[in-house]
Design a protein. Sequence first.
Length: 233
Amino acid sequence: MLSCRRVLRLRPACATLRQLRQISVVNNVVVSSSGKQLHPLWLRERCLSPASVQQETLQPLLQPCDLPEDLSISSAAVKSVSPSSGKQVLMVTFSDGHTSILDAESVDAEADDHVSFGIQQKDIKWPAIKTWDKSTGSKVKRISYADVMSGQPEHLLALTGHLLEYGHLIVEGVPSRDMEVAAFARVVSGFPGGQVVRPTNWGPVFNVRSVPDNTLKDLAYTSEALPPHVDNP
């Protein structure tokens, strides 16, 4: 005879979950909530004190070579800022006498996903990739060439954000003139007035055409398919 039992699963309170995801210190070794041991130099590079970074720009005042290679942790502790907020700081005193006070949650998050967090710009996480197929990918996003070339941040954000998410879009209204691809790339990827399209030994732009190539003998001059690739230096 078969019988059934109901299993009651209790969800821990949010405060308990936060407690389980805290950074910790074991024998002066800082350990992330996922179990990673954080190197003293890595922690020191995240110090935002006036001795470490310029306070207006948060740019570093020290180079990695300015710090001792054998830098170690003399003492470390996780302390609460206030019981009501639940915010914690990681206080670390290093072997050279410097003490850093770090946001414990931020250090722990960066240790688990270092490509999503920065110092000057906190949130540098890329948009999540969205997959598509022949049904969902057929409606390709279109964006105006004039809007992109205006250099307005909202248009550049719309273009780059969609590319990072979906991997494709169509730019409409592009003039048919030589070197326009390079001009467009400079606006999308560069600083105002800067030359950021690095030329190769083929120049900044290479037009793929089936033409006699004399002695060069390159695949791009033939009628064979030329897939996306990294070109010669």
